[in-house]
Design a protein around this ligand. Sequence first.
Ligand code: PEP
Length: 254
Amino acid sequence: MKQPLIAGNWKMNGSRKSAIDLIASILTEAYQFPKIEMAVFPPFVYLSQTEELLTGSGVNWGAQNASPHKNGAYTGEISLEMLKDFNCKYVLVGHSERRRQFGDSPVIVAEKFAAAMRAGFTPVLCVGETEEQHDRGLTWQVIQEQLEVVFELKDNHSSLRDIVIAYEPVWAIGTGKSASPEEAQEVHLAIRNRLGEYDWEIASKIRIIYGGSVTPENIADLMAMPDIDGALVGGASLDAKKFLEIGRKCNSLY
Ligand code: PEP
């Protein structure tokens, strides 16, 4: 059985003090949720404190982005090698905010995904349609295109075991308007079936998590769906009480 993943994407929020306080609060209870995996994605500059506080705790951490380049004249970028210094397990790839605001094109997302795999990270590939695409009935077409980066690596099937897919409808991110559990399940199942066209055994093990206005109030209904294997939580992950409540509810369902 897949261990559910509850991951908190902090985005560009907080301070050194609030990051430390948030992790300390998470640690007061996270050990009580042995059936799930919890992870946080702090801003790069707090990865050092994150590593220090979380090492050995069972709570994992990752980076919100990474350069596909090894090193060189890329002002402002952070390489995967640098992230290794902080023992990050995960890297978010293709978050809709990166795609829309920072020009992460499908080619760049593919490069980042492949580089993260090569470097031994577990990429969390974010896919999802905009409201307009949703309303025009283009959801599956958009997601299929965004999933192509995975299939570019299909010759190396076994490495696909170590990926996470996050279905994050753009219209649900930060809006308070989550996809319904049934709506999300339909997309998650389609993603799993598509992965299964290459290798069903691996597809059945890959965690497909949902993101978009996840709260303590809606997590149980989402997690009741057979193909929802966890959540990528934005806003609610900045509040230790809410993040822990999401973890607690998820843990109690398994
Ligand atoms: C996100 O940014 O990945 C996200 C899901 O945000 P929120 O939970 O705030 O909608």
